[in-house]
Design a protein around this ligand. Sequence first.
Ligand code: ZN
Ligand code: ZN
Length: 390
Amino acid sequence: MADEPQNFPPGFPTENPKGDTPPTPQNGEPSAQKPPPPPLPPGVDRVEDAGVFQMLWDCKYCNTKKLLGVTHKFCPNCGSAQDTSARYFPSDEEAIALEDHEYTGADKQCGNCGTPNAAKAEFCTQCGSPLKDAKTVALRSEQVAGAEGFAADSKANAKQDFTQQKSGLPSEPPPAPKSKKWWYIGGGAAAAALVTVISLFFMTRTVDVRVESHSWTKTVKIEAFKPRAESSWCDSKPFDAYGVTQRREVRSYNKVADGETCTTARVDRGDGSFKKEKRCTTKYKDVPVYAQKCYYSVNRWKYERDIQSRGGLSDTPVWPAVNIRTGTCLGCEREGGRSEAFVLHLVEVKKADKKHTCNYDEAKWRSIPDKAVKKIKVRLLGGAKCDTLQ
Ligand SMILES: [Zn+2]
Ligand SMILES: [Zn+2]
């Protein structure tokens, strides 16, 4: 490495005749005009600034290594312009902090000679070309490390990083696309199967059926008033509960903050510096909330049984005799609704083992005689469409 101090080419503009740079805070008090903090990365609850440091770069002409990204815009040994594609992160031990480094944006790369220039420069420091349409230099991918620390970085890593960026591949390990693919295939197959089942359900064929017999049932639902074993949280126990026992049980869980997990990220700022930040995510634990659970008896009406009468075409349909002990005593009963059904029992003429039952209203049920042969639509998956009987 050369010992003589480096003569930096003039023109790294400090004054700006057109005044189109962003307003610079006066007296080094940037807090007044500080923009709102950038949104937190997903899943991160807190970001802690961990300082700004110089990137390193290796000169490809004289092979001088570990030149400083901000201080050495040109190789102090041979004078070549900084190779921004050779910028790499220093190890924690070698990192040189930047105090009071004003960040104006990522460097612009001169379209004529390739020299990187400060974001606010208007003309190339090397060749004088205007930088109005110059592109900003490519940034290294963000590096994130947990407690294990960062892996060593180098010029070679930088090259690999930029190659991966150009090919459109994420430089981080790619998120398992396999599982997604299988998900799509599985989902597609399931959808196809569902469509098939639905269409089979709606597709029908017409068959000849013979009426084997007629039957009817008349049903009276009976409810009983009896002790029922029930439970509820004691604050919502019914007033007439008896034989109550209590037990402390988990009613819900409260999420309570329980420390945090942190990673450190190195973010290339494109001007030869990088910032380090600690990104922390709050950990939570579930803390059970207990309450008294009550177990008790209550006397309640509930469905108990059916009373039915049945018959065929020649029997007069009548409701069953309902002989129950009414009242409000324990064990007393009451009616809980009535229903009736008039059923035709059909058998397919060509396949005697294929039987169907159809419910109709009493008039239609009576109008179709036993042994009559009718046509009916049957679903491919089985089951007659009773309204298609002719
Ligand atoms: Zn050099
Ligand atoms: Zn230039």
